[in-house]
Design a protein around this ligand. Structure first.
Ligand code: CTP
Ligand code: CA
Length: 225
């Protein structure tokens, strides 16, 4: 691992990483969001930059400083994240999609703060957000790595997602466990990747998100060869 950074094995490469949640406005003071601290994506961006890559980090709202040497673009909604990714991604890029993108957004955004009326509940109509990873996988030649946060049938769902999105690698995260994943400094991944007609599997961690990021970067480099 030391050698990996010492020799700057990612020199000359361009990595685009998404991280954090997206937030979808309801009105000027409220939003819908996903649970994500951004730590895993920030660790990937930090470690890729340390290994010599030029890194663009497209980030939703998180409480983390931009890692040293990383070009951070801050966004809020899934639509604006897609726009920033479209501008950043190149055909020779490695795209790592760590962001917890909100699947839906309110169909209408109120221009003024919504007021309660009476004692009734509220029904809100939602529409589907664009799939950023699917766009990169189908519209660019970038090497795509996805994440799959699941609470059940982790390996099955993750492998199905890899197929559906047409990507080479997916990192499955069991978020039903409270010792890894959300908000934690540690993580454990089951990585599935295509190898000719096979799907191979590699476990990474449990370890700090930094160490997990280093090992993931090394695996990506191996699979890309
Ligand atoms: N993703 C994305 N854009 C979206 C939704 C997801 O780029 N609109 C990316 C995530 O960053 C992640 C991968 O797709 O790398 C899988 O996200 P996930 O939410 O697990 O998958 P979905 O396809 O949204 O399926 P579901 O939420 O129904 O399980
Ligand atoms: Ca989703």
């Amino acid at each position: 691992v030391e050698q990996f950074f010492y020799h700057k094995i990612l020199d000359g490469q361009h990595w685009v990483v998404t991280a954090g949640p997206t937030v979808e406005a309801i009105d000027p003071v409220r939003y819908l969001a996903n649970r994500s601290s951004g730590k895993m994506g920030y660790a990937v961006a930090e470690m890729a930059a340390k290994a010599g890559a030029k890194v663009t980090l497209v980030s939703g709202p998180v409480c983390l400083p931009a890692p040293f040497g990383v070009d951070r673009i801050s966004v809020e909604s899934a639509t604006s994240m897609l726009q920033a990714v479209k501008e950043a991604v190149t055909d020779d890029a490695i795209f790592v999609s760590c962001a917890a993108v909100a699947d839906y957004r309110p169909k209408k955004v109120a221009s003024e703060k919504m007021k309660k009326t009476g004692d009734d509940g509220l029904v809100m109509e939602l529409m589907q957000n664009p799939d950023i990873l699917k766009w990169v996988a189908s519209e660019s030649r970038a090497f795509c790595v996805g994440f799959a946060a699941e609470t059940q049938n982790v390996s099955e769902y993750a492998k199905a997602k890899m197929e559906r999105k047409g990507i080479t690698m997916i990192c499955a995260n069991d978020v039903s466990r409270c010792d890894i994943g959300f908000s934690c400094d540690d993580n454990e991944l089951q990585v599935y990747y295509r190898d000719k007609n096979d799907v191979k599997q590699k476990a990474i961690g449990p370890a700090s998100k930094q160490l997990v990021a280093e090992q993931l970067i090394q695996l990506i480099e191996k699979v890309r060869q």
